[in-house]
Design a protein around this ligand. Structure first.
Ligand code: DAH
Length: 334
């Protein structure tokens, strides 16, 4: 057998081989028990000494040459398969399950709750479906009074509605509990309004109420200043401006010193150094009366803060609609 011819044939076979099965066939054909190389070794005995030494040496060289070539081709094929993404690297670590987390509004609600609870306020909830009495009448907002227009309302059947604010829970709580009392009421509220960057048909508020023998505006200022300083983690100044809400007298709009520029003036506070953050006031005697409490002996303050507003200020978000978009690119940042 001509060893040179055999080598050429083997090289041709290797070049044409396309997969691991072809390689196995080539291995068997040349290097197997009954393969060409074995045949050469078997025929050595019949040769002259000189031919035997020459043929034996050449057959051994061809054998190791083919083993190297086949191994190399095996690696090349593996690379190609990997390139075609049929390759699975079983040593890679497995992908873990994605864990969820709390919604930014829930995080804010929890933070606010922690602060008010530490100041002795109790966490109270009320119904999202209200009736006109609690949402309006008992809060000193008479039927057919223009003040009612301040709250664009989703009305349901039979005098029911979706509450437009958390204030009705003040009345519900005072009907069943005697002063002195201190509560805060986080909850969902609804407005029949067009949406834009700062308005949603559904958002969250926190109502606060403190009633006692001599609870005054000074107490309110102290409580709310402490609240904002702890919420934002820095000293916050507050400013009260006279305003009108039917359920308080006097009523105020509360501004806080801008957390972005610390009062120096920037785009967030329209260069004023102050940001309007909530409504508040001294509970109107009519509201105490409607709740069965005698305003001659008791007085107190109430306030309402938007949770979405607080979250927007704390996280510097410029569009309220993002909270309700269910967009993971937004939510995964918290
Ligand atoms: N309920 C008011 C609103 O939704 C907010 C508010 C203002 C609540 C003044 C209060 C308050 O308790 O005293 O617009």
């Amino acid at each position: 057998m001509d060893i040179k011819l055999l080598k050429t044939e083997a090289e041709k076979d290797l070049t044409l081989s396309k997969d691991l099965k072809d390689l196995d066939d080539i291995f068997r054909k040349y290097l197997g028990k009954k393969g060409s190389i074995a045949e050469i070794f078997n025929s050595l005995a019949e040769m002259s000494k000189k031919d035997r030494i020459k043929a034996g040496k050449e057959a051994n060289e061809l054998k190791s040459f083919l083993i190297d070539k086949i191994n190399q081709k095996r690696l090349d094929l593996a690379e190609t398969i990997k390139g075609k993404e049929q390759w699975i690297d079983i040593s890679l670590p497995a992908k873990g399950p994605k864990t969820g987390h709390l919604h930014p509004l829930t995080l804010i609600k929890r933070k606010v709750s922690e602060i008010f609870e530490s100041m002795g306020f109790s966490y109270i909830e009320g119904p999202e479906i209200e009736n006109e009495f609690y949402n309006f009448d008992a809060l000193n907002i008479p039927k057919d009074h223009p003040a009612r227009d301040a709250w664009d309302t989703f009305y349901l059947d039979k005098g029911l509605l979706l509450r437009t604010h958390t204030s009705p829970v003040q009345v519900r709580f005072m009907e069943k509990n005697n002063p002195p009392l201190r509560i805060f009421v986080p909850g969902r509220v609804f407005r029949h309004e067009a949406t834009d960057a700062s308005h949603e048909v559904n958002f969250y508020q926190i109502e606060g109420l403190m009633v006692g023998k001599d609870v005054s505006t000074a107490n309110f200022k102290a409580v709310i200043k402490e609240f904002f300083s702890r919420f934002f983690g820095k000293k916050i100044e507050i400013r009260l401006r006279p305003s009108f809400f039917p359920f308080v007298e006097p009523g105020f709009e509360v501004d806080i010193s801008c957390v972005v520029c610390k009062g120096k003036g920037c785009s967030v506070c329209s260069k004023t150094g102050w940001v309007e953050i909530m409504g508040a006031g001294m509970v109107h005697p009519n509201v105490l009366k409607a709740s069965g409490i005698n305003p001659k002996f008791w007085q107190g303050f109430a306030f309402g803060i938007g949770i979405d507003r607080l979250a927007m200020m704390k996280y510097k978000i410029n569009d309220i609609r993002l909270f309700y978009s269910s967009d993971l690119r937004f939510l995964e940042q918290f």
